[in-house]
Write a protein that binds this ligand. Structure first.
Ligand code: ADP
Ligand code: MG
Length: 491
């Protein structure tokens, strides 16, 4: 994978002159590399765009390490477009991806922006169009990107777009998700207590059916109907106020009409395949249901990846031992090889290293409110890196993200911002110094204490300030054109 990196030297339409001089790791073909943990032989990186300062070098993003990347910017500043660039890069065979790694890519597409991603620029627009000309100027090439669109059961996609249905079994949800779905606090709200108890009875404890006096054993594959029956006929639950029970009964009953529930459950392995983009189209679900689905996916990804990661670590050890013993004890050596293969096999039953890309992330990890996706996403951001899992979150509202999440990014891409609170939040998150002196297009000179604010307010569309702790300061980039059609509408 990789391929020759073409020479495409030109100035970006907008140029910045910034002091001091940028110092950053070297990337493929003398480009710049963001996010490298430690200098290593060879590169695992994807092409992001051009540094918007002379000499307009290519900017690459490291994919050897696992990362937490925040993309922020006001509405229509280019966030979703940038996410698409990242996803394309991760699944590419062409030069925009350097290195051998094959990671899974899942886009959690809140607004169905990526519905048009299966179409590519060159086969959609005319050769004379600006988009195609721009695409060629950057020496990019069209390729068949492995990609699947997934739609939740009960939602639809246009005829020309192939999509695969996904569904949930009621038993896929844990008590946190049930509470989240009904927007109740499991600790302070009596309805939350009732849900937690009912869930435990049906799933793990069993209960006595007051009609027959028979004990109903726990059922790990319960259906909605089973919850309703237990709620009605377990006298133990009469401790709860009638109104509380009635409130839960009505909510469960309502869910029977939500088509996403079926008898076939969710298998996240189909969403996370090496070098394959999965787009989950979430727009038609209501917000709580979206968050429940995201919570379940994120939890399951971590569990399965945990299994694979342990096996993968053992492979390295078995192979090293096989090598060491190859002369002194051939039998033991071949046993080690067998063990390595066994681990390889088991690792494949879990998940590959992966990237989760979340557009409109404030919906899932807001700073306030009960949201079932919050806890699992926090955990993913805190611990995912140990498992080789990366995450990209995009938001127009950096100040509205959960603060613990704000602290954990190792890289930022900041598109234009205009609200003061968001600018302050973004500035609080940057992990590189803000330059003291900046000129944009040689006209506008910015100096003194407010360079960050003035810079982000004036960033043109498609440009972003990049922040990484390996750089001595923030630097502006022009994000490369997309190879696939971007679905943002112009309302
Ligand atoms: N790097 C870019 N190059 C060219 N056009 C871009 C670029 N980034 C964004 N655009 C265009 O700007 C519009 C808004 O971008 P989008 O990513 O949808 O905004 P956001 O997600 O921030 O609301 C889109 O129509 C898109 O085609
Ligand atoms: Mg967007």
């Amino acid at each position: 994978m990789g391929g020759q990196i073409p020479e495409a030297s030109f100035r970006t339409e907008h140029g910045f002159a910034i002091k001091p001089e940028l110092s950053l790791d070297k990337g493929p073909a003398n480009g710049l590399l963001m996010g490298q943990n430690a200098p290593r032989e060879g590169f695992e990186a994807i092409y992001l765009g051009k540094h918007a300062e002379t000499p307009y070098r290519n900017v690459w993003l490291d994919t050897r390490g696992a990362h937490v990347l925040y993309v922020m910017g006001k509405r229509r500043s280019g966030k979703s477009y940038t996410l698409g660039v990242l996803a394309e890069g991760l699944a590419a065979q062409s030069w925009v991806k350097q290195g051998e790694s094959s990671q899974g890519v899942l886009i959690l597409d809140t607004m169905n922006v990526y519905l048009t991603m299966p179409f590519d620029i060159e086969n959609t627009h005319s050769d004379q169009s600006d988009v195609v000309k721009e695409f060629r100027k950057w020496k990019l090439s069209t390729e068949q990107l492995p990609m699947t669109l997934f739609r939740p059961r009960g939602t639809t996609t246009p005829t020309a777009v192939n999509s695969v249905e996904i569904a949930l079994r009621p038993s896929d949800l844990g008590s946190d998700e049930w509470c989240g779905l009904f927007e109740v606090d499991p600790f302070v709200d009596p309805l939350g207590h009732l849900i937690t108890e009912l869930y435990a009875k049906v799933l793990t404890d069993g209960y006595t059916d007051s009609r027959s006096g028979n004990f109903v054993p726990p059922n790990p594959n319960f259906l909605l109907q089973d919850l309703l029956i237990a709620l009605e006929y377990d006298h133990d639950l009469d401790r709860y106020h009638r109104d509380t029970r009635e409130a839960l009964r009505r909510r469960l009953d309502m869910l029977r009409r939500v088509p996403i529930f079926s008898d076939t459950g969710l298998d996240v392995r189909q969403l996370m395949r090496p070098r394959h983009i999965s787009v989950l189209l979430l727009r038609e679900l209501d917000q709580q249901m979206r968050a429940v689905l995201v919570a379940l996916i994120v939890k399951r990804v971590m569990q399965l990846r945990g299994v694979s990661e342990q096996q993968e670590r053992m492979i390295t050890i078995h192979l090293a031992r096989a090598d060491k013993l190859s002369l002194s004890d051939p039998t033991a050596s071949s046993r080690e090889k067998e063990l390595a293969e066994e681990c390889q096999h088991k690792a494949r039953e879990g998940l590959p290293r992966s990237w989760i890309i979340i557009d409109e992330a404030h919906n899932y990890i807001p700073s306030h409110g009960v949201m079932p996706s919050r806890k699992p996403l926090k955990k993913y951001v805190d611990e995912g890196r140990n498992l080789g899992l990366s995450i990209v979150v995009a938001t127009q509202q950096p100040s509205g993200l959960d603060p613990s999440i704000q602290r954990n990014a190792d890289m930022l891409l900041i598109h234009a911002l205009s609200h003061h609170d968001d600018i302050v939040a973004a500035e609080g998150m940057i992990n590189a110094a803000c330059p003291a002196e900046v000129a944009i297009d040689t006209r506008q000179k910015i100096e003194g204490g407010r360079t960050f604010e003035t810079l982000v307010r004036n960033l043109p569309l498609g440009y972003a300030l990049a922040s990484t702790d390996r750089a001595n300061r923030l630097f502006p980039i022009r994000v490369r054109p997309r190879a696939t059609v971007h679905g943002g509408t112009d309302y």
